[in-house]
Design a protein around this ligand. Sequence first.
Ligand code: SF4
Ligand code: SF4
Length: 196
Amino acid sequence: MMTYFKEILVGFWSLLMGMAVTIRYFTKPIVTVQYPREKIKMSPAYRGYPQLIIDPETKTHKCIACEMCSRICPSQLIAVEGAKFPGEKQKRATSYVHEHYYCSLCGLCTEVCPTTALEYSDEYRLAGFKREDAVIDHLILLQKRQQALGLAPTPVPTAEEIAAAAAAEAAAKEAREKEAKAKAAAAKKPAEEVKE
Ligand code: SF4
Ligand code: SF4
């Protein structure tokens, strides 16, 4: 009989202890992240995949398609293409694809970039169902990030626009070469006349 009452008392005491813990934490701020509805703010030191920086002045990327990041990447994960469009001083990227699955986050691509066009993203949700899920088209990603920030998305040039830009650049190069040859010939002529 004594054991029976003892068990009731112990059970009641344990219930009170449990309720005390519940009441104590009831008033404290919630620390559980309600994933996937909530996202964690990552530390500035966190390294997600390298991505194109949105320049605060121009509101677009600063990639001039020099391909230095692509050449220095030890795992050869970056493919960049670019073109020089009429009226623009430098080339700009027309395609920037990064295969993230073998990326060691070594940082060489971000360090070598002459225009500081790359940064690490704060994205940590990197799981996928197939290998292609880790292939990132950075110009498309840039458009999504710009839209999320309320900025106008940077248009990705079409194949026709790229071909027209290449033809215009080739014609301009030919014209420059002709001009340089004409100048050289004109400079040579007076020198020959002096000799005579
Ligand atoms: S962080 Fe390193 S491994 Fe990753 S893409 Fe850049 S250079 Fe390649
Ligand atoms: S090094 Fe910088 S500018 Fe050159 S292709 Fe890579 S991201 Fe673009």
